[in-house]
Design a protein around this ligand. Structure first.
Ligand code: SAM
Length: 296
């Protein structure tokens, strides 16, 4: 409906999901660590005149957290490198020579895909994105930033078990689902997640951000819009489910993935124009495919 006038500022994308641009984040972390070290020195200096001791302590603490995060990235990098020799021997497929593959399911007009292509300048990156709306996919493909040597957009209904993905199993590093799982029938979710899980490389990550139970949008639905528990139909015919953390945990762990993160993000949104205060509840999850997979 909104065509490509729907682009939003996705500044949160790379802070919440550094997996979407790991090397950029590593550099960014190094910059932050350097900056913190410099601040520590200047804070220690200023503590000579009785100020800044607390500031120095705080910086020490945050810089060790950053070092830990940076170590985490280098471990992940080593794992990815070690796994690269196991790379699929399937026929040529789009992005078959890539070393870091990201798949976005329910990509809409590319609000996530284009920021990834802009921010992640790893030469081995390849981004796949799909949506069941051919209009949305066409808008992605005709966007001036669409580069077929780095990206492949395709029409795909991720609940349709008869449709194949254009990539082999165990080949994708990151799968991202942003406000899309909530749009599908609850009884189709598990099989769809199982199929996606099979696409992940061992060590690969499934990332999700979606509506949480008792989000304001849920509380504002009127009688007659509820299709089943926590599942509603909007005025435009689209449907929406509101998840609990446990439900998502069950979906991902049943698909053979391990929890890395499963959190509720509660926010107060104020729309001054419409004089509306909204209590938002979103859930953010990261689940990893174990290095030794237990599912077939
Ligand atoms: C709320 S939008 C989110 C779009 C995008 N992920 C973003 O963050 O901007 C949900 C998108 O999921 C798509 N979608 C819904 N059900 C789908 C399905 N079964 N298979 C593929 N795409 C689907 C819709 O067409 C829509 O573009």
């Amino acid at each position: 409906i909104h065509e490509n006038r729907f682009f939003k500022d996705r500044h949160w994308l790379f802070t919440e999901f550094p997996e979407l641009a790991p090397s950029q984040n590593q550099n960014h972390l190094k910059d932050l660590m350097l900056e913190n070290k410099r601040n520590e020195i200047s804070a220690c200096r200023s503590s000579e005149d009785g100020h800044g001791l607390t500031v120095g302590e705080q910086h020490k603490c945050s810089s060790s957290t950053l070092e830990h995060t940076a170590q985490m990235f280098s471990v992940e990098e080593t794992v990815t490198q070690k796994l690269s020799h196991l790379e699929i021997c399937a026929d040529e497929f789009p992005g078959s020579s890539a070393t870091y593959r990201i798949l976005e399911v329910g990509c809409g007009v590319g609000n996530t895909v284009f920021p990834i292509l802009q921010t992640n300048n790893d030469p081995g990156l390849f981004v796949y994105c799909c949506d069941f709306s051919s209009t949305a996919v066409e808008l992605v493909q005709t966007n001036s930033e669409y580069d077929s040597s780095r990206c492949f957009a395709f029409v795909h209904d991720f609940c349709d078990e008869d449709q194949n993905y254009p990539v082999p199993g165990d080949s994708v590093d990151v799968i991202i689902l942003i406000f899309v799982l909530s749009a599908v029938l609850p009884d189709k979710m598990q099989k769809a997640i199982n199929r996606l899980s099979r696409l992940l490389k061992p060590g690969g990550m499934m990332l999700l951000r979606d509506y949480g139970r008792y989000d304001m949008a849920q509380l504002r639905f009127k009688k007659g819009q509820c299709l089943s528990e926590s599942f509603y139909v909007r005025g435009d015919g689209t449907r929406v489910y509101f998840f609990t953390q446990d439900e998502l945990d069950t979906l991902f762990t049943t698909a053979g993935l391990e929890k890395v993160q499963n959190l509720v993000d509660r926010r107060l949104q104020v729309n001054r124009g419409k004089q509306l205060i909204m209590y938002r509840v979103w859930i953010q999850c990261k689940y990893r495919k174990p290095l030794l997979s237990t599912t077939s």
